[in-house]
Design a protein around this ligand. Sequence first.
Ligand code: C2E
Ligand code: CA
Ligand code: CA
Ligand code: CA
Length: 275
Amino acid sequence: AKREGRNKYKFYCESMQDELMDKKEVEAILRNAVKNDGFILLYQPQVDVDTGFIEGFEALLRIKGYNISPLKFIPVAEDTGLITEIGRWVTRKAVEQIAEWKEKGYDTKPISVNFSSKQLQDTAYADFLRKILLEKGVEAEYFELEITESILLEKSSNTLEFLNTLKDMGIRIALDDFGTGYSSLNYLTFIPVNKIKLDKSLCEKFLELSNIKVMNSIIGLAHSLGLVITAEGIEDMEQYKRLKKGGCDYIQGYLFSRPVKSDEIEKIYHINMLD
Ligand code: C2E
Ligand code: CA
Ligand code: CA
Ligand code: CA
């Protein structure tokens, strides 16, 4: 009976996941995944607001066999330094995916990869990325890096030099989670960013009529700086309509698709998400 109780507890842990899992357990799971090819990338479409076709995808990391949110395991990866190796795995996998879809005859569409500010400590990252792109025959313009403004707070490293190196390589850079932090458009004039991703929490505010002016001015300001805008976490049609009216370029959210495995993406790759 005792044994059964234990198994039940274990089952409970694995299925009900995270809250019960402490940092040490997550770290052990991460180390195991790094060693044994235990990660998988899901892809979420970014849809062109005007046409309804998929413009690109964001790669989102999962641990095979576990139901742990990246919101839980990425900070552990950062604290333990595992983020360097994990970040390189994500980069390689995303580039391989672009190459695979190209080989299978799909139109090439960019994949965006999340870049943790802690990965600045991986000083050879840009060289690594350059090598992978060359090796897989993927043009740099199809690889997009998503950074957050916290990257500007990493004092020890030369963030601007790093971002300019990527820019010179032809890599696109998106500013993620816009609207959650300082939300100053000021630094957009000196960091080489191509795209702004409006955070879900900000987009939710646009459901209130009183915030439409704010939405329109953010979009207008970004466009005047030559940037494109993706709205994130869009779940309903009303949001979509407002964002379209306001001139938003791309939309990413459950309204169109959750993050899914690559074979699921293949079924929707060329279809119109508005139909
Ligand atoms: P993020 O970069 O802001 O990614 C968007 C998150 O919003 C994803 O959560 C996505 O599944 C979720 N999402 C998209 N559309 C909707 C929607 O309509 N409604 C709701 N409720 N959620 C939506 P996910 O995959 O759990 O990732 C969470 C965070 O973990 C990411 O936030 C990112 O900061 C981090 N992350 C994920 N993968 C990686 C990775 O490979 N490397 C790094 N450094 N961070 C990652
Ligand atoms: Ca992101
Ligand atoms: Ca985001
Ligand atoms: Ca447009």
